[in-house]
Design a protein around this ligand. Structure first.
Ligand code: TA6
Length: 293
């Protein structure tokens, strides 16, 4: 199918009727639906579908830089580039394609990219949809015999929630975080779970590899499993920041939460020929809420 400006999208389906859509623009997952056709990722109603900007929502890929702490544009250039379908990549792991429908995408630096980031990389992304509806993104980034280079990375994942005020995040208790709202100063999470009543923009460092995002109203929990991604970004812009952003509705912050598997605090360094793998697996499970939640 075609996406917002005629750029190809690949639709993955499983036998139960779950689906996912991946755009060649940015290698961005733009939709993930369960077998009932319910959309599980947030997409802004005011998203701007105009290259090279990334669409606000889904899962933009932040590479080779997270945020604007570097010389590149915010979150790096990978999400603003047109990727190619890669039908040459060998299967990542034998169990990766068991019963899963998947697509392999490839990004290599253009002349323009090499001017602003002179490193010879190959970025292979596999997006797969399992028979149980789980969505898995596997990134393999290789240094193709250039000089050593480092990068930071995030799967900038916009989860769809009913009401941010009824969302709890479990799994990051007592984890240190860098607070983007106060000069990335380091704090330690004290709470028993993260709840939301104002803008929150944090990088939880060396975080556990399983994080749960509970949506009270929908009585369901997103389970995020990550490998090779030591950090977790948690972000909600809240009202004031949303009003300042053209590509999100003033009230839509209530229906989204970003929880990103990431490698930020310690950038990944690759010597010539070395390869890094970062994997994110998203599941949705019914959550039985006890009364006190
Ligand atoms: O921590 C997430 C973050 O860096 C926020 O500060 C905010 O800028 C968000 O990413 C969205 O960035 P974007 O460039 O997609 O608008």
């Amino acid at each position: 199918t075609k996406d917002w400006n005629g750029i190809d999208q690949v639709v993955l389906r499983n036998p139960q009727g779950a689906s996912a859509r991946v755009s060649l623009h940015g290698g961005q997952v733009t939709s993930w639906r369960n077998e009932h056709g319910e959309e599980l990722l947030f997409t802004s109603s005011k998203a701007i579908f105009k290259p090279p900007k990334a669409m606000r929502g889904g899962i933009p890929i932040c590479f080779p830089q997270f945020g604007n702490c570097g010389s590149l544009e915010q979150h790096g250039f990978a999400r603003n580039k047109i990727w190619a379908i890669d039908d040459s990549s060998p299967p990542l792991l034998p169990n990766d394609s068991d019963g899963k429908s998947f697509i392999d995408l490839l990004l290599k630096p253009s002349e323009e990219d090499l001017r602003c980031w002179p490193n010879s990389f190959e970025f292979r992304l596999r997006v797969s949809l399992a028979t149980d509806g789980d969505l898995t993104l596997t990134s393999r980034i290789r240094n193709v015999n250039g000089k050593p280079f480092s990068f930071s990375f995030a799967y900038h994942t916009y989860l769809s929630v009913s009401d941010i005020c009824e969302v709890r995040i479990e799994g990051l208790e007592t984890v240190d975080y860098l607070d983007n709202l106060c000069r990335r100063e380091r704090f330690t999470e004290q709470g028993d779970a993260i709840t939301f009543e104002t803008e929150l923009d944090r990088v939880y460092v060396s975080s556990p590899n399983v994080i749960a995002v509970l949506d009270h109203e929908k009585k369901r929990t997103y389970v995020i499993r990550k490998e090779g991604l030591p950090d977790a970004v948690v972000w909600n812009p809240w009202e004031k920041k949303s009003k300042a952003m053209v590509d999100i509705g003033d009230e839509e912050y209530k229906q989204m939460i970003c929880v990103d598997g990431a490698a930020i605090e310690k950038p990944v360094s690759l010597k010539p020929g070395e390869e890094w793998t970062g994997r994110l697996q998203l599941s949705v499970v019914p959550s039985s809420f006890c009364s006190e939640h």
